[in-house]
Every structure is written in C-alpha cells, then in structure tokens.
Design a protein around this ligand. Structure first.
Ligand code: AP5
Length: 185
C-alpha cells in the first residue's frame, strides 16, 4: 500500500503516520524528520535546508528529492510506504508520479483542522519552528503551495478527507475506516 498524509502543519500527520505505519506494516518516510536529522548531523544538505526551515518556508525541491532518492531506491517494488510531509507542492507530486507511476498512490489522507486548534497544538509542542510568527508563515505556505494538492489528488480519486479534531485515537479510527471503506472525496 502506498499512502500520503496531507494536511497543514500541526494537523497530526506525524502522529497518525506512526500509528498507521505500525498498523499496516508500512515504511514511514517523513521529509521533515529526514531534514531535521540532516540539520542536526550538520551535513551539507542540512546546512542548505536550515534557513528555509527556520523561516517556515519550503526547502528547495532538489534538496528534498535528493534526500528521498536513496530511501526510494532502497525500496523494493512491493515495499509499502507512507509519505508524511511529501509531496508539498505540485512539482514534488509530479516527481513522485514520474518515479513510481501515476497510479502508484492508493490513498491520500487529508487531515483537516482549523488554524486556532493548530496554533494551540503547536505552541504546546514547542519545536524549534513552533514560534507563532513561523507557524503563521507555515500556514500561509501550506495554503499557497501545498493546498493545491487537495484538488490534484481529488481529481485522481484517491483523496480521503478526515476530520482531525478529537483525540489521537478518534482520528486514527477515522483514518483506518476511510482506508478500508475507500471513502472518496
Ligand atoms: P514538517 O516536519 O513536515 O512539519 P509540518 O508540516 O509543519 O508539520 P508538523 O510536524 O508541525 O505537524 P504534523 O501535522 O506532523 O503534526 P504532529 O503529529 O507533529 O516540516 C517542517 C519543515 O521542513 C517545513 O516547514 C519545511 O521547511 C521543511 N519540509 C518538510 N518537508 C518538506 C518538503 N516535502 N518540501 C520542502 N520542505 C519541506 O502533531 C503536532 C502536535 O499536536 C504534537 O505535539 C502532537 O502530539 C499533537 N497532536 C497530534 N494529534 C493530536 C490530537 N488528535 N489531539 C491533540 N494533540 C494532538
């Protein structure tokens, strides 16, 4: 199974990705986690990515694709994966389609949450980029660059809209139900 988790910052992509990957034996690939690891390790790629991450902007596509390339190349044809935070714009979605084929993605789980609750959750978490001004910039970037993917995947009939309010367990149950029922937007 090949799944994408799509949604604004703080909607619960990472949290739900871990649960879903464990439930379905999928490889969980988070571009945010991969980038933060590169930054912590002080690699050349991490150094190039850090400024954009600190500002809440997207890291250039070439860096993100380079980071993912070795993970994708290490995957066999039957490896199931769950992409968390990728693709983040239409050109990344096109690159994914070219790599695996246009029909490779079976489900795009779209977590939906309002800005007020997003701010509450992220300010409570307090990651380095969870400063209020940076969160607002991440939300703007999501609206301008990432949200067109909702329509992109809706037209491909793989979009699964999910209400991301409530407890982590409630959201996980909704996600599982949407996959088994194949709920489409
Ligand atoms: P990334 O790491 O992907 O961050 P993000 O999209 O801003 O998402 P978050 O990790 O903040 O939130 P989430 O939706 O995963 O929610 P979570 O489960 O953590 O990206 C960071 C940066 O890297 C980007 O700004 C960009 O610079 C760069 N980047 C990454 N990918 C890129 C790409 N493909 N291209 C270019 N640049 C890229 O939950 C948030 C909090 O809420 C947690 O504390 C959690 O415990 C809590 N929570 C979760 N669910 C619930 C619930 N149901 N109830 C209460 N609390 C909950």
């Amino acid at each position: 199974m090949h799944v994408i988790l799509l949604g604004p910052p703080g909607a619960g992509k990472g949290t739900q990705a871990e649960l879903l990957a464990a439930a379905n034996d999928l490889v969980h690939l988070s571009t945010g986690d991969l980038l933060r690891t590169a930054v912590s390790a002080g690699t050349e790629l991490g150094l190039q990515a850090k400024g954009a991450m600190d500002r809440g902007e997207l890291v250039p596509d070439a860096l993100v694709l380079a980071l993912l390339a070795e993970r994708f190349d290490g995957a066999g044809p039957d490896t199931g994966f769950l992409l968390d935070g990728f693709p983040r714009n239409v050109s990344q979605a096109e690159a994914l389609g070219q790599k695996f084929g246009e029909d490779a993605i079976e489900h795009v789980v779209h977590l939906q949450l309002d800005d007020e609750e997003i701010l509450r959750r992220l300010l409570a978490r307090g990651r380095e980029d969870d400063d209020e001004a940076v969160i607002r910039n991440r939300l703007n970037v999501y609206r301008n660059e990432t949200s067109p993917l909702v329509e992109w995947y809706r037209t491909r009939s793989v979009l699964r809209p999910i209400d991301a309010t409530g407890t982590i367990e409630d959201v996980h149950d909704r996600v599982l139900r949407s996959l088994t029922r194949g709920t489409k937007a």
